[in-house]
Design a protein around this ligand. Structure first.
Ligand SMILES: Nc1nc2c(ncn2[C@@H]2O[C@H](COP(=O)(O)OP(=O)(O)O)[C@@H](O)[C@H]2O)c(=O)[nH]1
Ligand SMILES: [Mg+2]
Length: 217
């Protein structure tokens, strides 16, 4: 029986998917949201038993939200599809939701190697976490993309961002709703394949634009 649906936004991650999909714990179902991949990611995902949702509208938020809408389990988790994070670590987040202790759990990334997290990304993320702390009082260190929450609560947030602001909007709106939000540490490794966000100038610029808009309120 599926207890948890795991949404994995996917843009050309065929090289990473076999490992990622082999790492799901029992009772966790993978929902690969194929965001217009041209490298056969969808077929690889299907061959490894994942449910594949096609979302042609580009953008991280577009993919993440399509996965949330397709999910059916009471708890939904999010994870990147690039093998930088291990789905086997998801229970340490999910169990805090299932136990009723928290409403949103974020995986705080802890780099396991020098190459895992480029220094500019680390600094940008730390600055962002400080801004979030200042505007909300939430004691978080990382806007980590691995997370877990209850499906109905996530849908009630009525998130609107469809690009890089989606993970931030989730935290800000959840906080406004009085959600109990906390982090747990997760290992962060060098991804398989090429980065679409933090490894590119365009991706980084989009992330800064989208997140600044949300933080201005
Ligand atoms: N940037 C971006 N990422 C997407 C999109 N659709 C799916 N993704 C996935 O979102 C995840 C995070 O992207 P990634 O390139 O690893 O970003 P980074 O970790 O910041 O370098 C990966 O699993 C991507 O394949 C999209 O339209 N834009
Ligand atoms: Mg990544």
């Amino acid at each position: 029986m599926t207890h948890v649906d795991v949404v994995l936004p996917c843009l050309d991650e065929a090289g990473a998917l076999p490992w990622v999909l082999s790492r799901l714990p029992e009772g966790y179902r993978a929902i690969i949201v194929d965001n217009g991949s041209t490298d056969g990611s969808g077929d690889v995902a299907r061959a490894h038993g994942a449910l594949v949702v096609d979302e042609p509208r580009r953008g991280f938020g577009s993919a993440a939200h399509a996965g949330l809408l397709a999910a059916e389990a009471p708890i939904v988790a999010f994870c990147d599809a690039d093998a930088s994070m291990d789905p086997a670590d998801l229970p340490s987040l999910v169990d805090r939701i299932a136990g009723g202790e928290l409403d949103l759990v974020l995986g705080r990334r802890r780099a396991v190697s020098r190459g895992a997290w480029p220094v500019h990304a680390r600094i940008a993320n730390r600055a962002l976490a400080l801004l979030i702390r200042r505007s909300t009082g939430l004691r978080i260190h990382d806007l980590g993309p691995m997370r877990a929450a209850r499906r109905d609560a996530l849908l009630d947030l009525d998130l609107r961002d469809r690009r890089s602001g989606y993970p931030l909007e989730m935290v800000l709106r959840g906080h406004e709703q009085g959600w109990r939000i906390a982090e747990v540490d997760i290992p962060y490794s060098q991804r398989i394949g090429r980065s679409k966000v933090i490894g590119t100038v365009r991706g980084t610029a989009t992330a800064i634009t989208d997140m600044s808009r949300l933080l201005r309120g």
